[in-house]
Design a protein. Structure first.
Length: 229
């Protein structure tokens, strides 16, 4: 798609998954807008026209929080999963929400991830901005997410390990509604256990890949110390 967008001189390209509930965008130069930023851009457009609150899940980019607060709204984080995001949206009367996988939920239409709604809203935003797709992307805070995992022994108590991590980093804001998420000044780390295998998935975000990997590395080191690995 990136190649076709450039060769055809298109202003942008859209990619959706088979059930059309997640949306990825390709910039006019063939670069990726970034799935995490699909919701950020659409939310920015909605908030410019209807100030209000937003919701995404704990593993989604901090950029939505930044855009929401800039517009005078309140950002809330929900447990991972569309149903959890929708529940939080209803309780906070959010005007837009979704997940960092490109899933946009626009309650004025319905409470479900909808890539077609996302496309319509994004195109409206792009047209009114007068910018190219890549220029619009550059207007948002730059964050990078690092995804890692650590394998444990089947006999290990994963919940106990996560609890100890939460205590270890209790000097920082910690959210335990879905695993453990630790908020640092310049980034965050979200730990989630697998329900099918002895694995802890580690998502970290910061302004650069190196910084995100560094945050993840700090937590991985602590997990290994607690687990005796």
């Amino acid at each position: 798609m990136s190649k076709t967008v450039v060769e055809s001189g298109a202003h942008l390209g859209f990619a959706v998954d088979p059930d059309v509930d997640r949306l990825a965008i390709v910039n006019e130069d063939g670069s990726m807008f970034g799935e995490e930023y699909t919701l950020v851009a659409v939310a920015d457009y909605i908030l410019k026209n209807k100030p209000g609150n937003t919701v995404s899940n704990l593993s989604s980019t901090r950029a939505l929080r930044d855009v929401t607060q800039k517009a005078g709204g309140i950002y809330s984080a929900a447990a991972v999963g569309e149903v959890n995001v929708v529940t939080a949206m209803k309780s906070t009367n959010a005007v837009i929400g979704g997940e960092g996988n490109g899933g946009v939920i626009y309650p004025a239409l319905h409470y479900g991830r909808d890539a077609l709604a996302g496309i319509a809203l994004f195109l409206s935003h792009l047209a009114k901005s007068g910018l190219s797709c890549s220029q619009l992307r550059a207007t948002y805070p730059e964050y990078v997410i690092s995804k890692n995992k650590i394998n444990l022994q089947p006999s290990m108590d994963v919940d106990d390990i996560l609890s100890k991590i939460a205590v270890k980093f209790s000097d920082f804001p910690v959210n335990t509604i879905d695993g453990v998420k630790i908020e640092f000044e310049n980034g965050w780390v979200h730990l989630r256990k697998s329900n099918t295998e002895p694995i802890i998935r580690i998502y970290a975000e910061s302004s650069t890949h190196e910084a995100a990997d560094e945050f993840a590395g700090i937590i991985i080191k602590e997990i290994k110390a607690i687990a005796g690995l």
